[in-house]
Design a protein around this ligand. Structure first.
Ligand SMILES: [Fe+2]
Ligand SMILES: [Fe+2]
Length: 391
């Protein structure tokens, strides 16, 4: 299978229809490992694919070119979803030139790749027939060795993981995926929000390039290049809305009741509220949790008490939230049976993610009474008012 994108430019990647989790991101509609072929007399591949799909990949390439005759393999990124099939490719074609940054060469060699390397740096170009490829270093997008490839003339940007979305669309057109922004946001939140300083530098570089088409390494191709750039800029610069995120763990429903009462209070102010119960580590909502966190001005954190402390799965959530810390308002709540103090520990977690508690945590013994729930509703109302800037 291959898809023509422009004269002499083809997608030859893999649709992983069965993929349901990638990098901790839920991928309900599968995911892709994109590889692109530039063909004009001679041929160059931009990024390889994940090794388990190597045979299918060679089949895709073979529809357009003899894989043993491809002259260049451009490696934008050494992460195994793009690089783990390079060893197999080199054993099939040991004349292929691996084009990458010095840091990428170092990474690939440590992964056991041997072959003919051409090391490139910012601004270097490579001729493939009459086409010219230019390389742009893009450190920390997503790893330190990353570079982008830009096809001059056609102005097509191949930014590897940047502008990705893990979703399969069989014609590779972003504009026909109705919920493309949700997929792109989930992917951005989990992979790139922690790297926001590098992202902002990268977005400036993209503006300077003024691409006509963007071909990322995951998900469909963007012809509406302004849309994906605008989304990334928004998510990177003004991600917070009048929204309260309530994250909690509950086993017997007591903390659950408190969370719902807090949500009632928030809702009564007209502010948005999202409740995420962190059940277990196989939960597929981690990326959504980060996306919600980057859009919220307040976080309420609730836990039952386990051996005098916080429910462990909730600690995984706060560890992730440290990656997207931004000044927010915090509130802790929880339930205990024989030893109080869980909200003090939750407050420490809130401080670590820079969601500063604005009041003492709400703690109940076993089952919350109607009075306790009223307290939760009042705290929720106060949170809602604070995020709306009313009080
Ligand atoms: Fe990556
Ligand atoms: Fe990737």
């Amino acid at each position: 299978m291959s898809i023509k994108l422009s004269e002499g430019v083809y997608w030859v990647g893999i649709f992983d229809w069965k993929l349901r989790i990638f990098h901790g991101i839920a991928t309900p509609k599968g995911g892709t490992y994109n590889s692109y072929l530039i063909k004009d007399g001679e041929a160059a591949i931009i990024d390889a694919v994940y090794e388990p799909f190597f045979d299918e990949y060679i089949g895709n390439l073979s529809t357009l070119v003899d894989p043993t005759k491809v002259r260049y393999l451009i490696v934008n990124h050494a992460e195994p979803d793009h690089s783990s099939s390079i060893k197999s490719l080199v054993s099939l074609n040991n004349e292929i030139n691996i084009v990458c940054t010095a840091r990428c060469k170092e990474f690939l060699e440590k992964m056991g790749v041997q072959g003919k390397f051409i090391v490139v740096k910012e601004g270097d170009t490579l001729k493939v027939g009459s086409k010219t490829l230019r390389f742009i270093e893009a450190p920390m997008l997503h790893w330190p060795e990353v570079m982008w490839t830009f096809l001059e003339g056609e102005r097509i940007l191949f930014p590897c993981d940047v502008f990705g979305a893990q979703v399969v669309e069989s014609t590779m057109r972003a504009e026909v995926v109705g919920d493309i922004e949700a997929h792109a946001k989930r992917y951005y939140a989990f992979i790139f929000r922690p790297l926001v300083a590098a992202v902002l530098k990268g977005l400036d570089k993209v503006e300077g390039l003024a691409p006509a088409m963007i071909c990322p390494s995951h998900g469909p191709v963007w012809r509406d290049v302004a849309r994906i750039q605008r989304l990334w800029r928004e998510w990177s610069t003004k991600p917070e809305g009048d929204k309260v995120l309530i994250i909690y763990s509950s086993i017997w429903g007591d903390v659950d009741k408190m969370a719902r009462a807090i949500a009632d209070g928030v809702q009564s102010t007209g502010a948005q509220v999202v409740i995420r119960e962190v059940g277990d580590l196989s939960w597929s909502g981690w990326a959504d949790l980060l996306a919600d966190a980057m859009e919220s001005k307040a976080i309420a954190l609730g836990s039952l008490t386990v051996l005098g402390g916080i429910f462990p799965q909730l600690l995984y959530a706060t560890m992730l939230l440290r990656l997207v810390k931004a000044k927010k308002i915090g509130l802790s709540f929880g339930a205990y049976g024989w030893g109080p103090g869980v909200t003090k520990k939750l407050d420490e977690e809130l401080k670590a993610i820079e969601a500063m508690p604005y009041r003492e945590g709400i703690e109940v013994r076993f089952t919350p009474t109607e009075r306790d729930l009223q307290l939760c509703r009042e705290a929720g109302r106060e949170l809602g008012e604070r995020v709306k800037g009313v009080s």
